[in-house]
Design a protein around this ligand. Sequence first.
Ligand SMILES: Cc1ncc(COP(=O)(O)O)c(C=O)c1O
Length: 422
Amino acid sequence: MVANGVGVFNTATVRDAKGAIITDLDGRELIDFAGGIGVVNAGHSPEPVVKAIQEQAAKYLHTSFNVVSYEPYVDLCEKLIEILPHGDETKAMLVSTGAEAVENAIKIARQATGRPAILGFSEAYHGRTMMAMTLTSKIGYKIGCGPFAPEVYRLRFPNFYLYGKGMDYEAFIDQELDQLEMSTHNLIDPNTVAAIIIEAVQGEGGFNPVPKRYLEGLRNHCDKYGIMLIIDEVQSGFCRTGHWAAWQHYGVTPDLSTYAKSMGSGMPIAAVVGRAKVMDAAAPGSIGGTYIGSPVCCAASLATIKFMEDQDLNTRASHIADRINHRLHSLQQKQKSIGDVRGLGAMIGIEFVKHNDPDQPDSKLCAEIVQHCSNNGLIIISAGIDKNIIRILSPLVISDELLDRGLDILETAIIQSIENSL
Ligand SMILES: Cc1ncc(COP(=O)(O)O)c(C=O)c1O
């Protein structure tokens, strides 16, 4: 019945879900470390969010903001501007999905600069619509889907673990910044580049945080050549890293940034936020759509943000991060197959390799660990070009006790799968 191209990670079928627990049709309780791919930072079905959805649904479901405007859309834009200021004056627009936010950010950047070209990164993921898919790096997501959007160029993501083998960290960043400058001679005339788009922490690419000095260099590069810096926060936003956006850790402000996933607790809502002057460069009618910022989704998002503030989920993310890092770093000391444990805040990845070599990804081991977890009541998913990285995206409302129980299952799965592979 369901088309073959729709992938499924886990064989469980949900009956209901609350907080950090998914209960399947057989009544089996599963601890959720996947969070619906980073969507339920505020937990499954938080009560105030459900209530806000019900109340809004009873008032009106749809008018299309392009036809008859409504308060929840304006209120949500106002809230986003407050928590995600982009310089002196900020504006926002709403759509339904992360890919749609990316598409619109690119259109806005092109209109603001009058330039065609876009620079993206290796290991990037920006979605599955045509421009977003073009910007996405992993071939597995795009086989047979071309021709892709023109005027898209790619730089190497400054992933020290993967590309900095045997190098000093600072020398590696210098080298990558040199490559960025070199791209103006051997890749693309910078005066034709509208935007550079980067994930502050790569999601699908394997939870790689961009090094601070590289992001600062990217900002300087964009300023030097009049290029818009777009930071894609679809996976890393809304408390996951301990801030509303991961870029807020860096002291670097993008011209435009994109959000989706956890901003709506599962309702399809997404946003482009940016400097007012840049946002206003888009001509009326050039950004929009029938369902942009559905009133029910706006209400869900407003309630989600309030819940995140009330529960102080940014602080909670840091606490969860400490607990996870402590466990995983001590496990890494004992297990050579764990090549790297990294991330930002509670966005943490574990990379599995053979012979302690980043160039020998161990996808098989990673798949076995995911399956072992699934058999033992923990839902967890992988990431990375080679699917050799486990990513932790548990709801941030998870109790310490449940988090530890999930980590126990994960630790056992890692140890036993490594033993079985020897
Ligand atoms: C960084 C990033 N950008 C964009 C997207 C696409 O979002 P959506 O699946 O809502 O279209 C994703 C989805 O995983 C993502 O992680």
